[in-house]
Design a protein around this ligand. Structure first.
Ligand code: AMP
Length: 490
């Protein structure tokens, strides 16, 4: 049975009543011998994933597999080394890097104390952990730029909806040690390459520069001055943001805030000369690459650690709805801010759940694993035992094969072989098991031969090769092994 969303949905609502005695109650029960007095606590155990968290079922995996393959391929092509980071870190790492007043820190972190009393958090993003690892392992001595690729789940306690989950998956590409704007352009180039290889269309890159923390102060002052004067027109959330993190108001999706901020001061007007030059160079490189981008002066990204370049990868659906598939930027001060040596850095994160949604929405083909060309059928206990070893011999020699060891009748096994459309079926019956031979049946021509088990691998490989030559010469051949042939075998 295919395990898909529908079958699982039926199970989702299943609630199992479990009874449980607490240890204290058990102890009491030992003293008081009347079983009726053993009060049992009824608990309801819900057999469903937590809100905002989900299983990614086998049906959906071919899309994820395509995404994973494209990502790892791009990482290799661009010289990134893979790094895997813990899912849990000390909470103060995030507090120090992402910053107070951000949604992630104020509302979305999964925070808890360990049994040992450490205050920890499930990672709400990967950059902070990456910088911690960079400092902890003294990566600063390595030749620059140091390019790291990481992927895995991140956790945000947000309001779930389609494309927004409390556990979602990200892939991060980060480069450390170079401040030249060419790396900013190369980062966008890489992100573009990935979405292009994934077959995604209607993708737009939005770029901006938010300058340094020093110039940002002047900019923030000007922004607050402007917004204060129109405070009554802001949504309630943005009125709070005005005090805590005014730049986030530029991100608000409420119409009235969008209209108001359209005329707000822009970070580009407050850049220091070096940041302005950096941004100009960055745009020149993008023009040179002929990448599809636009400048979005409202793009600030939600995290405190960004400096200078910020960018986002967005897709638009047929109704004009806009989604962020990924985003990133420079964080030249973060390593130093966490206690390491001053190290410029740039990176971006792609949201894999959104990428997969986009692949499905735009009907991108999922990954198709190679199909087996050989089927191994067996009849009788002795043949079954031999088949287990022969399966391993063939698999070790690179023959992709299928079997149906759980089925007893040859007819039903051959039906499976036919359904899979294999080119060759190997049959081992009682006689073959005793003789140490095997029947090789060419499912295309219907011919068959008997070979020794010792020569089985060699013979199968030879036949597969001959079939391949014929396919190239004559075009695809039909599987002419008919249902009637199967009846004969029974
Ligand atoms: P961010 O660091 O917030 O820009 O996240 C990077 C990317 O992760 C976004 O562009 C989204 O594609 C994805 N993402 C962020 N939050 C969520 C979420 N709650 N659920 C699913 N994907 C998300």
């Amino acid at each position: 049975m295919a395990i898909n969303k529908k079958t699982m949905q039926a199970k989702k609502k299943t609630a199992v009543k479990a009874t449980k005695s607490t240890p204290v109650k058990k102890a009491v029960a030992k003293k008081v011998t009347q079983p009726a007095k053993q009060k049992q606590v009824e608990e309801e155990m819900l057999l469903q994933a937590l809100r905002g968290m989900r299983d990614i079922l086998p049906d959906e995996q071919p899309y994820w597999e395509r995404a994973r393959r494209v990502l790892t391929h791009a990482a290799t092509e661009y010289g990134f080394s893979r790094i895997d980071l813990p899912t849990v870190e000390f909470a103060h790492l995030y507090l120090r890097s992402i910053g107070d007043g951000t949604d992630i820190i104020d509302k979305e972190m999964y925070l808890f104390n360990t049994r040992g009393g450490d205050k920890v958090a499930l990672r709400p993003e990967m950059t902070a952990g990456l910088c911690r690892a960079y400092i902890e392992h003294g990566m600063g001595v390595l030749p620059k730029p140091i390019k790291l690729f990481s992927t895995g789940p991140v956790f945000r306690y947000d309001r779930p909806q389609e494309g927004r989950y409390r556990e979602h998956y990200q892939a991060n590409f980060d480069m450390f040690g170079e401040s030249d704007a060419i790396l900013d352009a190369q980062t966008v180039q890489l992100a573009f390459r990935v979405v292009q290889q994934l077959g995604l269309k209607n993708i737009e890159f939005q770029v901006n520069s938010i300058g340094t923390p020093e110039t940002r102060k002047d900019y923030e002052k000007a922004l607050v001055r402007y917004l204060e004067s129109q405070k009554q027109k802001l949504c309630l959330k943005c009125r709070e943001r005005l005090l805590a993190n005014p730049m986030r108001i530029l991100d608000c999706k409420e119409d009235k805030c969008i209209q108001l901020t359209a005329h707000a001061p822009q970070s580009l007007d407050y850049l220091d000369p070096d940041s302005r030059e950096h941004f100009k160079k960055f745009l020149e490189y993008l023009d040179e690459l002929e990448l599809p981008y636009s400048i979005n002066t409202r793009l600030v990204r939600g995290l405190d650690y960004y400096t200078r370049t910020v960018f986002e990868i967005r897709s638009t659906d047929k109704d004009g709805k806009n989604y962020s598939l990924g985003g990133g930027g420079r964080y030249d001060r973060l390593i130093e801010g966490l206690g390491g040596e001053s190290t410029p850095a740039i990176g971006f994160a792609l949201g894999l759940d959104r990428i997969v949604l986009e692949m499905k929405r735009t009907q991108v083909k999922p990954y198709h694993p190679p199909q087996p060309k050989v089927f191994l059928a067996q009849l009788g206990e002795m043949a079954k035992k031999k088949s287990l070893r022969l399966f391993s011999d063939l698999e070790k020699n690179g023959v992709l094969l299928a079997e149906s060891f759980g089925r007893g009748s040859l007819k039903s096994q051959l039906r499976v072989a036919n359904r899979l459309g294999v080119e060759i079926t190997i049959i081992i019956g009682q006689k073959e098991a005793l003789d140490e031979t095997a029947i090789i049946k060419d499912m295309i021509s219907g011919t068959q031969e008997t070979v020794t088990q010792e020569k089985l691998v060699e013979s199968v490989k030879k036949l597969l090769k001959a079939n391949q030559v014929l396919t190239i010469k004559d075009g695809p051949r039909e599987n002419r092994f008919s249902a009637a042939d199967q009846e004969d075998e029974d």
